[in-house]
Write a new protein. Structure first.
Length: 268
């Protein structure tokens, strides 16, 4: 994805750490296993994960037998991450921003992974710094996911009634082409950095189910939800619940659109 030009809200997720932990989907095991195969990694290889939050990618990386240094600047997110990986010697949790991170105690890495976080880093820094932490044959692996309510009638009702005053939350037919355009611009950014070769990318979907409570937590776990004040959050919650109640929707089926990009470190 193209890097955000405004990065003011990059640490807002820490204010909604509990909701983040409960609602945000983990990366699918099958996707991580195919990336391990494509990159030629082996059990026990060391990888860096940037912006780990509470472990949405960390745990799938461990399930794929990689040793993970998980970097997370948010204090509350990091505490939940430490709880979620407690007792696992294959995870080292580090505090701080990627821009400030010194990898000399942990690297070099077979891969630098980041899920839903790389676009929060200045692209003048992100690609060059990631390349510098990799082994010569190492890879950059960038992942994103975009959950969208599956039922068009429910999606319309949420868009027109619940999100009428919260346009950032609207997901309609214009959403997917926008995501694809941002992904293409991100690939141009990667190429312009001159630090990576042979980009490979894939999109896939999975189906997820949420209760009303976890769906509400999912909404506020995004930067635009995390920055709402208490009144706005309550208002949004009431409107969403009203739509779900009217439609008798006890569970919400969501199509999670995943985008993965893998690129090999260029010879330096
Ligand atoms: C949207 S969350 C993604 C979390 C998780 N990887 C996932 O896929 O759900 C973005 C994460 O990146 C972290 N983050 C933001 N800016 C960062 C930076 N400059 N360096 C390292 N992490 C950063 C935030 O604290 C947050 O945990």
């Amino acid at each position: 994805m193209k890097a955000n030009t405004r990065r003011d809200n990059r640490l807002a997720f820490d204010t909604v750490a509990e909701a983040y932990d409960r609602a945000r989907p983990t990366m699918p095991h099958g996707l991580i296993v195919s990336i391990v195969r494509i990159t030629g990694m082996w059990n026990g290889d060391r990888v860096l994960e940037i912006g780990a939050a509470t472990g949405q990618l960390t745990r799938p990386l461990r399930a794929a037998h990689l040793n993970v240094t998980a970097l997370e600047p948010g204090e509350r997110l990091r505490a939940l991450l430490e709880r979620n990986v407690a007792g696992d010697p294959g995870v080292t949790v580090r505090p701080g921003l990627f821009e400030d991170y010194d990898s000399s105690d942990d690297g070099p890495f077979s891969a630098v992974f980041s899920a839903n976080a790389f676009h929060w880093i200045d692209p003048d820094v992100s690609y060059a710094k990631a390349a510098g932490m990799l082994r010569p044959d190492g890879h950059l692996v960038l992942l994103w996911n975009f959950p969208v309510v599956e039922d068009p009638a429910l999606r319309d009702a949420l868009n027109t009634r619940a999100f009428a005053d919260y346009p950032d939350f609207v997901r309609d037919e214009r959403h997917q082409p926008r995501i694809e355009a941002l992904a293409a611009e991100g690939r141009e950014e990667l190429a312009a950095s001159g630090r990576f070769d042979f980009p490979w990318w894939q999109t896939r979907t999975e189906t997820l189910r949420f209760t009303a409570d976890t769906y509400l937590q999912l909404l506020i776990s995004y930067a635009n939800g995390a920055v709402l004040d208490d009144d706005a959050r309550q208002d949004l919650e009431q409107r969403v619940r009203a739509v779900l109640d009217d439609r008798g929707a006890e569970t919400i089926t969501v199509t999670n659109h995943l985008y993965a990009l893998v690129a090999r470190r260029a010879d330096q």
